[in-house]
Design a protein around this ligand. Structure first.
Ligand code: 5GP
Length: 119
């Protein structure tokens, strides 16, 4: 699937719609999910145009991949999630229930979370 420049996270990256950002660096931006599913629910996205984790893993540079996952770890630590634990999810494609076609990792925490997968 080609990258869609009109997806909502592309608009957030371009500053066309607002987001409650918690982190930004050369490779990644993190912001609160608008419809939080946990006391802490942050999305971390790469700045590059990657549709999904498979696109990112196959086509991003080593620097982009390293920078992105370092940002995920830093945001978890900065938000105070690391000691108690948290969950990361990257929904992918139709079966994964991915709604926004710009690769993102959900960072969920702030309480003991329920089952990883329901129904
Ligand atoms: P997906 O289902 O693609 O893994 O997750 C997309 C996430 O983006 C959902 O958790 C949804 O709540 C969140 N989301 C959708 N639109 C917006 C928006 O305009 N702003 C923010 N901050 N999050 C959004």
């Amino acid at each position: 699937m080609p990258y869609d420049d009109n997806n909502i996270f592309a608009k957030i990256l371009r500053g066309e719609i607002p987001a409650k950002k918690v982190h930004e660096d050369d490779h990644a931006v993190a912001f609160h999910d608008l419809y939080a599913k946990a006391p802490v629910h942050v999305l971390v996205i790469p700045k590059g145009k990657y549709v999904s984790i498979d696109d990112f893993g196959a086509n991003a540079s080593d620097a982009e991949i390293a920078g992105f996952y370092r940002a995920v770890a830093k945001v978890a630590k900065d938000l105070g999630l690391s000691d108690a634990g948290f969950r990361t999810i990257a929904n992918t494609g139709l079966n994964g229930g991915q709604e926004v076609p710009h690769f993102h990792v959900h960072l969920l925490g702030g309480k003991k979370l329920g089952p990883m997968v329901s129904d």
